[in-house]
Design a protein around this ligand. Structure first.
Ligand code: NAD
Length: 492
């Protein structure tokens, strides 16, 4: 699928509570298409009373629907069916995802939807694999840990990959036997409603997977503060993550998983094999989804002797990208999520230039592509570690380039004072690659590649202000359980 007619996409609006659509709330929020700025729908804003209804519904379903106590194999069977339904629904889900987000429909159909289905399938297979342990004790006692679901999980998702980010939250939570109340971003609220419908169709009991709509300040805040929420799992910006952590601390020391922002370095040594491939990788890591990716490789650190050649090759790749709406065939540079966000990107670029940086390419909006907010792939040189474009998470297609002469210098430049989400090292020298794997403070280090594969066992998460805990892997499953210790005196 590489195109669709936006006028033909059917959008269901509302919250999804107890297996049904609910269209009530404290006012409505208009929702615009990033590709052309057209307001195409609205969502009701859930206030605290409506959030309470959703959480109460989830709590009742958790206690009475049988989901939490179901034979784990049966829960796995239902979740596998859920994954099958998602994969088979690509003709509906992909245009729905592309319509309201920055995901070109070709990518949504080839990656977002299948990846969402596979993530659900992956966690279905965990359902009967982790139950606890029998532990070493003296001979008169039997010591165990028993894995139990937590209860109701509050999940909050960002707008950049609406389906995939939501699935990373809901799949491990459901597989572990919890109920979920998910709040998508108010900018991309619709595709996850279809996900919730499909969960119910697969046999997940009504009330186990709920969606509430609204902004962060009203709906998100009410959700994380609700006393019946047992854990909060969040993906979004570092500042929001900090506010959520504080709210969780104030309202019951709830555990949190926080997947936050990044400013990830890509380090290229002169011996890196096949420079043309490296250039394509670097360019892809900052222009994929127009740079609106938490692990975007936004800081290029390159050995001085090859800096000019690599910069030239990257600019060639940039020049070949085609801006266009998510529904047009051949779009390789999708829109920025909103006009204010494009203005913010531009302001950071202009301020960095004003402070002495040199603009190699880009540095402005793409003229005339469509009425949407498109930003040209941009490269800045002559920057320092203090430059705003080097420090700030820009969340757009803006690459800074810094050069180095020695490994120590590269490692020093790679270090960011706040973020530690991901990094890439490109070199033919295995020992050097491993020194960087050890030396870089980041939750993920890629060597001679950039970006994840479909290996769901590899967890993702940040160091420092990039987050707490992991999505994916065994870790995300275990983070949706709590472990009860049991000690039995066998002499009685
Ligand atoms: P955001 O923090 O503005 O919003 C994220 C979600 O939080 C939205 O649903 C929003 O409505 C909600 N929210 C906002 N304020 C809230 C509050 N006070 N209480 C509860 N909920 C609240 O982030 P965004 O702009 O949607 O997403 C972009 C950010 O997400 C970037 O910083 C990016 O790096 C990060 N991100 C991180 C990862 C990761 O895995 N580390 C993945 C994707 C995106």
């Amino acid at each position: 699928m590489d195109s669709f007619d936006p006028a033909q996409v059917v959008v269901r609006q509302g919250h999804f509570i107890g297996g049904e659509y609910v269209d009530e709330g404290a006012g409505r929020i208009d929702v615009a298409r990033p590709s052309d700025g057209v307001i195409y729908a609205s969502v009701p804003r859930a206030d605290a009373a409506l959030v309470d209804r959703a959480v109460d519904n989830a709590w009742q379903a958790f206690r009475t629907s049988g989901w939490a106590h179901m034979a784990p194999r049966e829960r796995a069977r239902i979740l596998r069916r859920f994954a099958d339904l998602v994969a088979a629904d690509v003709a509906t889900l992909a245009p729905l995802e592309a319509l309201g987000s920055t995901r070109p429909v070709r990518d949504a159909a080839a990656w977002d939807v299948p990846f969402t289905a596979e993530g659900i399938r992956f966690y279905a297979e965990f359902a009967d694999k982790i139950g606890g342990d029998v532990l070493a004790t003296d001979h008169d006692h039997l010591g165990m840990t028993i894995a139990e679901p937590i209860g109701v999980i509050g999940a909050i998702a960002p707008w950049n990959f609406p389906l995939v980010m939501a699935s990373w939250k809901i799949a491990p939570a459901l597989a572990a036997g919890n109920a979920v109340v998910l709040k998508p971003s108010e900018m991309t609220p619709f595709s996850v409603l279809r996900l919730a419908e499909l969960a119910i169709a697969a046999g997940v009991p009504p009330g186990i997977f709920n969606v509430v709509q609204g902004d962060g300040r009203t709906t998100g805040d009410a959700l994380v503060r609700h006393p019946r929420i047992g854990k909060v799992t969040f993906t979004g910006s570092t500042s929001t993550g900090a506010a959520i952590m504080a709210a969780c601390a104030e309202t019951g020391t709830k555990p949190v998983t926080l997947e936050l922002g990044g400013k990830s370095p890509q380090i290229v040594f002169a011996d890196a094999p096949r420079l043309a491939d490296v250039a394509a990788r670097i360019a892809g890591a900052i222009t994929g989804n127009a740079g609106q990716v938490c692990v975007a490789g936004s800081r290029l650190l390159v050995e001085r002797s090859i800096a000019d050649e690599l910069a030239g090759r990257i600019q060639q790749v940039f020049a070949g990208l085609r801006a266009g709406p998510t529904w047009a065939p051949g779009t390789t540079l999708p829109p920025i999520i909103s006009d204010p966000q494009a203005a913010r990107i531009d302001a950071i670029v202009q301020r960095t230039v004003a402070s002495g940086a040199r603009l190699c390419c880009g540095g402005s909006r793409v003229d005339g592509a469509t009425p949407g907010a498109f930003y040209a792939p941009t490269m800045l040189t002559g920057v320092t570690p203090e430059s705003e474009a080097v420090r700030a998470e820009i969340f757009g297609p803006v690459l800074t380039l810094q050069t180095f002469d020695t490994e120590d210098e590269a490692l020093e430049l790679a270090r960011h004072p706040d973020y530690g989400l991901a990094a890439g090292v490109h070199t033919a020298d295995l020992g050097r690659a491993l020194r960087f794997v050890r030396g870089i403070e980041a939750g993920t280090v890629w060597v001679n590649r950039y970006g994840r594969t479909s290996d769901f066992m590899i967890p993702t998460g940040g160091y420092k202000r990039s987050g707490i805990g992991k999505d994916l892997g065994r870790q995300a499953y275990e983070a949706n359980l709590r472990f009860k210790s049991v000690l039995i005196d066998m002499r009685v």
